[in-house]
Write a protein that binds this ligand. Structure first.
Ligand SMILES: Nc1nc2c(ncn2[C@@H]2O[C@H](COP(=O)(O)OP(=O)(O)OP(=O)(O)O)[C@@H](O)[C@H]2O)c(=O)[nH]1
Ligand SMILES: [Mg+2]
Ligand SMILES: [Zn+2]
Length: 221
């Protein structure tokens, strides 16, 4: 999951949906934060780190690029991997450094909107020099979970799934009687953190219920 620290702005909701999909498909997710020369790593990344998601950082503009690319190459070696993310985050730029012969076209981001220009228009798999495959994909505008079974989404949150097991059957997890509400208020020392987890789950479940693929909130958890 490739996200830029800025230009374009990172979006939590999109990262959450990618992570849930990866979990459901049994794909090992790694977050690569690019453009750390432009802005510091977004603070909310620590939340993903505490969930055990590996986070790697890089900048095509800094002298540390070579070592960063080598570190990324070593986790990709002998595996089939795909780079996904918004347009303009630097997927093709990274591919060009991972696969010197790739010659993928890259495009600058729009100065006014900070958005990419959808430079790559098709997905392509390239052989990594040290073994393995890397797939470059076009930047996506939106990525929804509407095609997912809500039960699978809950399973992507193991701590919440355990609690939700005692919900009434067919609980939407949005109703007052939901067991997750009691779980949040059961421990005052963990209440804030638990509420954030529950809101994150509920926002993902809402997306599937409303079948709203095009909507991307700015602040979405
Ligand atoms: N400052 C800075 N710019 C970067 C970095 N990585 C990539 N860029 C620039 O960001 C722009 C977009 O890069 P691309 O590699 O084309 O982005 P992409 O993710 O492949 O975009 P799409 O193909 O449209 O999905 C280009 O102008 C790159 O030079 C970085 O680490 N720092
Ligand atoms: Mg590209
Ligand atoms: Zn429930």
């Amino acid at each position: 999951i490739v996200v830029a620290s800025a230009n374009p702005e990172p979006r939590r909701g999109l990262i959450d949906r990618f992570l849930v999909s990866a979990f459901i498909e049994k794909i090992h997710p790694i977050i690569v934060v690019t453009k750390i020369d432009v802005a510091p790593i977004p603070e909310f990344m620590v939340n993903y780190q505490s969930l055990g998601v590996e986070i790697m950082t890089t900048s095509s503009k800094l002298s540390s690029r070579k070592e960063e690319v080598a570190a990324i190459e070593s986790v990709l070696r002998d595996k089939v991997s795909v780079l996904v993310g918004h347009s303009g985050v630097g997927k093709s730029t990274l591919i060009n450094d991972l696969v010197p012969a790739a010659d993928r076209m890259t495009g600058d981001v729009n100065d006014v909107t900070g958005r990419g220009r959808h430079t790559s228009s098709s997905a392509i798999a390239l052989a990594l020099p040290e073994g393995g495959w890397i797939i470059d994909t076009p930047g996506i505008r939106a990525f929804g979970l509407a095609h997912r079974n809500p039960r699978d989404i809950v399973q992507a949150f193991p701590d919440l799934a355990e609690v939700a097991a005692s919900c009434m059957s067919h609980c939407s997890h949005a109703e007052d009687s939901c067991a997750l509400n009691a779980w949040v208020s059961a421990d005052s020392s963990q209440e804030v953190e638990r509420r954030i987890r529950l809101e994150s789950l509920r926002s993902l479940l809402e997306v599937t219920l409303s079948v709203d693929l095009g909507h991307e909130s700015n602040t979405g958890i």
